[in-house]
Design a protein around this ligand. Structure first.
Ligand code: RB5
Length: 172
C-alpha cells in the first residue's frame, strides 16, 4: 500500500518520524514535504498529498500541521477526498469503516507519539464496511465536490502567497 504524507514546517520532525515508522511497517511512502523547518504554509502540502490520493498515485494520505486543522482543511478542498481530522481511535475507525475516509489529519504538536501510532494503525488496518445508508451518504458527499482544473496539480497555484510570505507578510 502506498501512503502520501505531508506536513508544514511546524511538525517536520514528527512527519519524518512517521515516514520512517510507515516504511518500517512495509508501506511505500510518498513524502510530499515540507522537508525542513523553513516557514511555509500547510495549504501547499495538504493539497499535494490530497492530489496524490485523488489521482490514485497513493492509496491513502496522512497530513499533519500544528493542530491538524489547517492542513486537513486544505486537503479536504481537493475534490475526491474524504478527510478525517482526529484525536482519538474511535473517530478514525468510524471514518474508515463507514465513510471510507482516504486522508487522516492530526495535530503533530498536540498528539503524543503513541496516540499518533495507534491512530495511523487504525486508519491503515480498518476495512471499509459500509451499510447501504453509508453508501448513499458517501455518494451524496462526493457529489458536493467540484473539480477546478485551473488548480489541480498547478505548481503555480500558491505563487502569489509565496511571494508575500517571502516578503515577511505571513506570520505563524
Ligand atoms: C502554523 O502555520 C500553524 O498555524 C499550523 O501548523 C497549524 O497549527 C494550523 O492549523
Amino acid at each position: 500500500m502506498k501512503i502520501a504524507v505531508a506536513c508544514d514546517h511546524i511538525v517536520t520532525d514528527r512527519k519524518n518520524y512517521l515516514v520512517n515508522y510507515l516504511k518500517e511497517k512495509g508501506y511505500e511512502v510518498i513524502d510530499c514535504g515540507t522537508y525542513d523547518k523553513e516557514r511555509t504554509h500547510y495549504a501547499i502540502y495538504g493539497k499535494k498529498a490530497a492530489e496524490k490520493v485523488v489521482s490514485k498515485e497513493a492509496d491513502l494520505g496522512i497530513v499533519l500541521c500544528g493542530t491538524g486543522v489547517g492542513i486537513t482543511a486544505s486537503a479536504t478542498k481537493v475534490a475526491g477526498t474524504r478527510t478525517v481530522l482526529a484525536r482519538d481511535i474511535s473517530t478514525v475507525a468510524y471514518a474508515r469503516k463507514h465513510l471510507n475516509a482516504n486522508i487522516l489529519g492530526f495535530g503533530g504538536r498536540i498528539t503524543g507519539v503513541g496516540l499518533m501510532e495507534n491512530m495511523v494503525e487504525t486508519f491503515l488496518d480498518t476495512k471499509f464496511e459500509p451499510t447501504n445508508e453509508d453508501l448513499e451518504v458517501i455518494k451524496k458527499l462526493d457529489s458536493i465536490a467540484v473539480t477546478r482544473e485551473d488548480q489541480f496539480k498547478n505548481e503555480h497555484f500558491f505563487d502569489e502567497f509565496l511571494e508575500k510570505w517571502d516578503k515577511g507578510e505571513y506570520h505563524d
